[in-house]
Design a binder for this molecule. Structure first.
Ligand code: PLP
Length: 354
């Protein structure tokens, strides 16, 4: 039975990428060895790493602009502390828009004073705060572009004089932005890019080297930048699959094309949520994420019927996160619009049955 994968992760990837990835496990590049058994210092793998880094910068329009793309390990969660380790001398400002921002704040507090400029915790993070003031005497400002759990997304990033750091784990490569406004962008691979196991960190090199503390090598961005993400053994499979996905995106027409597709998917699901009297959206309309649509049943009595319809239709992973309840349709780059249509059909079928 065909499955429609709305899972929030890890990892929704195009079929053709999965096929190439599985071929490479058995016989990489026709060399009769597996991708995961050759040396990461072999020319075949170095070419993969170079290409992955090049494609990441190319998609973001950051080639030859003083940026480095690094493929590191430890997930976005390690970046919560890495950012502070490398950038925080005295004081940093954070916007709190959900669970992941909260966790980033917790880690950064170990390194200095953290000013929470605004928070939407008062409404269970169903909106993005606006109109807040950012202090000028900060080492950097941190925000989370897409709130995977709550289904909100920052549409307009604040102007800051300090370095701008952004966790783009769940919407990287999904929409066009002026990425040169950002000094550090980080993203766990496992939504729009590749399997869990590597984290993309894009850094404007000039922001590094300004903290007083000693930084352990594995946590020092400069060490990884100097060694082109090869300071230690990189997660070769995750980097390879990320490279394939970035190439798939390029062949498709890049971020410009995928953004159109993502907007069409978002339009389809959100217009049904707004039209269908049995459902209500969770996130404030103006802050809705095209990546993660969160919605609830108006009357929980329909839950069993809707869950059965969803199962019958092959809809996978639509249960909401426990902190929101209801449903969450994650529509990462690789999810086809046909799958969203199947979800909408199930919602309409419920309306007919109710
Ligand atoms: N930040 C965001 C926005 C996320 O969605 C996630 C995971 O879903 C994380 C951070 C944590 O990522 P990781 O599991 O790679 O540490």
């Amino acid at each position: 039975m065909k499955k429609h994968n709305f899972s929030a992760g890890p990892c929704i990837l195009p079929q053709e990428v999965l096929k190439k990835a599985s071929d490479a496990i058995l016989n990489f590049n026709g060399i009769d060895l597996s991708l995961i058994e050759i040396s990461h210092r072999s020319k075949d793998f170095i070419a993969v790493m170079d290409k992955a880094q090049e494609l990441a910068l190319e998609h973001l329009g950051l080639q030859n602009k003083g940026y480095k793309a690094l493929f590191l390990q430890g997930g976005a969660s390690t970046q919560f502390l890495n950012v502070a380790y490398n950038l925080l001398n005295k004081k940093a400002a954070y916007l709190n828009t959900g669970t992941w921002s909260t966790k980033a704040i917790k880690e950064a507090k170990l390194f200095g004073e953290i000013v929470e400029v605004a928070s939407s915790k008062d409404a269970n993070f169903n909106y993005i705060p606006k109109g807040y003031a950012i202090p000028s005497d900060i080492d950097y400002f941190h925000c989370t572009s897409n709130n995977t759990i709550f289904g909100t997304q920052i549409k307009d990033f604040p102007k800051v004089s300090a370095p701008l750091v952004c966790d783009m784990s769940s919407d990287i490569f999904s929409r066009q932005l002026d990425f040169s406004k950002f000094d550090i962008i980080y993203a766990g691979a496992q939504k729009n890019m590749g399997p869990a196991g590597t984290t993309l960190v894009v850094i404007k090199e000039e922001v590094l080297g300004k903290v007083d503390r000693a930084i352990p090598s594995m946590l020092d961005y400069r060490v990884h930048a100097e060694k082109d993400s090869m300071f230690n053994t990189p997660p070769v499979f995750a980097v390879y699959v990320s490279m394939l996905t970035l190439q798939w995106l390029k062949d498709l027409g890049g971020i410009t094309e995928i953004e159109k597709r993502n907007n069409a998917k978002a339009e389809l699901i959100y217009s049904e949520i707004d039209r269908n009297p049995l459902f209500k959206g969770f996130a404030a309309k103006e802050d809705r994420s095209p990546m993660n649509a969160t919605f609830n049943l108006v009357d929980e009595a329909h839950k069993d019927t809707f869950d059965a319809l969803a199962k019958e239709a092959g809809l996978n992973g639509i249960n909401g996160h426990r902190s929101v309840g209801g449903y969450r349709a994650s529509m990462y780059n690789a999810l086809p619009i046909e799958s969203v249509q199947v979800l909408v059909d199930a919602m309409q079928e419920l309306e007919r049955k109710a």
